[in-house]
Design a protein around this ligand. Structure first.
Ligand code: OOB
Length: 563
């Protein structure tokens, strides 16, 4: 076996070149890794050790609730072991990547922890990802397996998987939670013996999908050390404990509901997580009353819907102690409406899958909760606010947010070229967000410089939609920009220039075309406008600023016309 007395040579922070378990990741420099360990942020805990410790400490405490199903901690551990043996029987080994696309069901966590048991790495696809995204994630990560539900919200993931199999030669197995159809069932025979669980907390534990700014989604390596800290520190700041009942109403594949503090934070603190795919107020309020939910996380449009719904129903929401809202800008007047409806339980969260999290403190004064997006979670989060030449702006001025810290990535997975521009030479991540800092150190998000549309928390990379749309035979050129929207904050508008002599596709034709190409539904443009040519800047690049202004005007005219 392994000699435990040998010093680990495989820490991500110190790993000698040529010996990595997972290549294509950028380690923290050793001086930073040492500092984060000394500060007690990085504790050498792997997620496999954690789930075992949770089960040992309180085997019969409820871990997960879904509909009428309830799993205690011992059952969660046993189910994870069963799935681990199943996957090992299919040949999965430490370091293998597995694309995990499950909605908010207990199987998400049994598979997640099974992979942790094996040292295999989940790639957390979102439930709404389709052929375009999934095939890309499989190819980029060279995934050997893809885990799906059978049918979810009317969509048959087994058919999607069959298409993905054709496009991805390295993909060996499709496993289905539910009726497997032509694929393999997740429940099934496995090996009796598992190899010892890998125990290196500096290794990558999961790969999160980035909101993206370029043509195709990027993957974010999160190590055990960094993500366990993310979860633990978030749970502490939010005051979670054994009596916490966390309602996951956002997809648990998203960082917010997974680990900020999310389901993992609730389990870490000794509490329970309730899983649902129905964030509409009717279903959610009934669940809050039934399970005595204490904590949940929402995007701004859902939070506003919930606030409005408190006026008609009489659901018992008295158990709610923390209502987190984040993922997109919450305007002060909307924050005030939410606070008026639910009381002083509102918390603003400005986070990103790449790492940095900002929270308003649960005891923060009302003005802070209404007007800021929170303060960095860690004392070791480094924040710079700079101009376009990376020079610090004067205190209180708006600028571009750069950050590095104990749970912020140092490089996207297998993306050398992109990393060269996405990070500064000294390792700060360029968030693409425009922020200012108040005298109390809270951040206010004022806008963004990245070419991304934030559709009520769903992120759409303009370049990704443009690259798909320009494949249409009648489209010569295209540019995708945001338009303001009362409910979602922003929607997408695509300007298209037709091929000479051709007719540009209208909204319905463009939508059908993009769906056919396998693009996630939330990335399909809400508006299509035809132009003879795209405006260009002095240096000859598409003038997105001018187009954004034009889109805003056109949409304002459109709404005047319909009044
Ligand atoms: C969360 O993560 P992502 O990776 O989907 O998106 C990150 C981006 C940020 O860079 C920012 O542009 C925007 O989403 N954003 C906000 C915001 N929270 C996120 N913009 C304005 N106000 C906010 N409160 O969205 C995410 C990850 C963990 C926790 C919460 C949100």
């Amino acid at each position: 076996g392994i000699d435990k007395t040998l010093p680990s040579r495989t820490r991500l922070g110190t790993r000698p070149k040529g010996d990595p378990l997972l290549d294509g990741c950028t380690p923290w420099p050793e001086e930073f890794a040492a500092r984060y360990r000394e500060a007690g942020h990085w504790r050498g805990e792997t997620f496999d050790r954690l789930v075992r410790a949770w089960a040992r400490a309180h085997p019969h405490r409820t871990a997960l609730v879904h509909g009428e199903r309830r799993l205690d901690r011992a059952e969660l551990e046993r189910s994870a072991d069963r799935v681990a043996r199943r996957l090992a029987g299919l040949g999965l080994r430490a370091g293998d990547r597995v694309v995990l696309q499950l909605p908010n069901v207990p199987e998400f966590f049994t598979v997640f922890f099974a992979l942790q048991r094996l040292g295999a790495i989940p790639v957390l696809a979102l439930p709404l990802h389709r052929r375009s995204e999934i095939a890309h994630l499989c190819r980029l990560s060279q995934a050997v397996a893809y885990v799906v539900p059978d049918v979810h919200q009317g969509f048959d993931h087994r058919e999607l998987a069959a298409e993905v199999l054709k496009e991805c030669p390295e993909l060996r197995h499709v496993l289905v939670a539910g009726d497997p159809g032509a694929h393999l069932p997740l429940d099934g025979p496995g090996t009796d013996e598992l190899p010892p669980a890998p125990d290196d907390a500096s290794e990558v534990a999961l790969l999160l999908v980035s909101g993206g700014t370029t043509g195709l989604p990027k993957l974010i390596p999160r190590t055990h050390d960094d993500y366990a800290y993310n979860v633990r520190a978030s749970a502490e700041l939010c005051g979670l404990g054994p009596d916490t009942v966390y309602l996951a109403a956002l997809p648990v594949a998203h960082n917010f509901a997974l680990g900020c503090p999310g389901v993992l934070g609730a389990l870490y603190a000794g509490g329970t997580a309730v899983l649902t795919d129905e964030p509409d107020p009717d279903a959610a309020f009934a669940l809050i009353a039934r399970e005595r939910v204490t904590t949940t996380a929402l995007v701004p449009p859902t939070a506003r819907m919930w606030a409005a719904a408190t006026h008609w129903g009489e659901a018992d929401l008295s158990s709610l102690r923390l209502l987190q809202v984040g993922g997109a800008r919450l305007l002060p007047e909307h924050a005030a409406q939410v606070r008026a409806a639910f009381g002083p339980v509102l918390q603003q969260v400005f986070g990103m899958a790449e790492g940095l999290l900002n929270y308003t403190e649960p005891d923060a004064p009302e003005v802070v909760v209404l007007h800021t997006q929170g303060r960095p979670l860690s004392a070791d989060d480094e924040i710079r606010i700079v101009d376009e030449d990376d020079r610090d702006v004067p205190p209180g001025t708006t600028g571009r947010l750069l950050t590095r810290g104990p749970y912020t990535l140092r490089g996207y997975y297998r993306a050398d070229e992109h990393n060269a521009s996405a990070f500064t030479a000294d390792g700060h991540y360029r968030t693409g967000d425009l922020v200012r800092r108040t005298p109390t150190g809270h951040l206010v998000v004022e806008g963004r410089v990245k070419e991304q549309i934030n559709r009520g928390g769903d992120k759409v990379a303009a370049a990704e939609v443009e690259e798909q749309l320009v494949q249409h035979p009648a489209v010569l050129d295209t540019a995708v920009v945001p338009v303001p929207d009362d409910l979602l904050g922003e929607r997408t508008c695509a300007f298209v220039v037709p091929v000479p002599g051709a007719t540009a596709p209208g909204r319905n034709e463009a939508a059908a075309f993009l769906r056919e190409r396998g693009l996630a539904p939330y990335k399909i443009p809400d508006r299509i406008e035809t132009l003879d040519a795209l405006p260009v800047t002095a240096v000859g690049k598409t003038d997105k600023k001018a187009l954004t202004t034009l889109a805003r005007q056109l949409s304002a005219e459109g709404s005047r016309r319909t009044e």
